[in-house]
Each structure stands twice: as structure tokens, then as C-alpha cells.
Design a protein. Structure first.
Length: 140
């Protein structure tokens, strides 16, 4: 017997949600002009929440609030990544996950320098902080 829309919604778990983890551009000292003038993620300053007005990332307002709550529970400082409008960003599996599964999805990650080069750099503390925030996400 096929599930009706109302049965389908009631069969979903209450604490549903997904988080995708990737990397985002940290402010590169040689290319600071290519970054948003206000939102400038730095290495070693905590994991990033990826936000994009064109929905290249799946994070919405409620997801952002949840992310900040998980970070607070874990004692982790978070920063935002917003792509400069003059430099289009890539995307993640977040929008596909949110659309196909119908659950709130948050795109997060760590800031890195020199993305897609042979010498990408990341802050080790950001990896540990992202792990602690992810643990808070899975404990909810």
C-alpha cells in the first residue's frame, strides 16, 4: 500500500536533519579583495557555516540557528562563509540532500587556503572543533 503524504510525514523521525561537511575559502592574504568585505573566515578561528543567497548551499535560517546551538553545546566558536557575489562559488551535496530527502540540511566545513591547489592549507584546530560540533549534532 503506497504511503500517503500525511502518513509519510508522520513516519519521519522527529530529530531529522542532515549536515554536509566540506571546505570553504579562507581569506587569502594575496587575494583579500576577492572575498566578501564583511564575512572573512580565517584559519584557526573555527569551523564554517556555508551560506549562499542563490541556494548553492542548503543552509537556511533555522539550520543556521541549529548549527550555532550545536557549536555552543560543544564550546566551539563558529564563523560564516558567504561567497563574494563577483566570484561565484561551487556547490555541495547539501541542496540535493535537502531536496531529495525533504529534511533540513546544513552545509558546514573548515576554512582552507589555496583550494584546489597542490598545497591546500587548513588549521588543525578547525578540524578538531568541527568534530566536536558534529558530535553535538549526532547527540541531539
Amino acid at each position: 500500500m503506497p504511503m500517503t503524504r500525511s502518513r509519510s510525514a508522520s513516519a519521519r523521525p522527529r530529530n531529522r536533519g542532515a549536515s554536509t561537511s566540506d571546505v570553504g575559502h579562507s581569506v587569502h592574504p594575496n587575494y583579500a579583495h576577492k572575498h566578501d568585505p564583511v564575512v572573512q573566515p580565517l584559519l584557526g578561528a573555527g569551523p564554517i557555516l556555508k551560506i549562499n543567497a542563490n541556494q548553492r548551499y542548503a543552509t537556511d535560517g533555522a539550520g543556521a540557528a541549529a548549527w550555532h546551538a550545536w557549536c555552543a553545546q560543544a564550546g566551539v566558536q563558529s564563523q560564516s562563509f558567504v561567497s563574494n557575489n563577483t566570484v561565484p562559488c561551487g556547490s555541495t551535496i547539501g541542496p540535493i540532500t535537502a531536496t531529495r530527502l525533504g529534511i533540513r540540511t546544513v552545509d558546514v566545513g573548515i576554512p582552507i587556503l589555496s583550494m584546489h591547489s597542490a598545497r591546500e592549507l587548513a588549521g588543525v584546530s578547525d578540524l578538531f572543533d568541527l568534530t566536536r560540533a558534529a558530535e553535538a549534532f549526532f547527540r541531539r
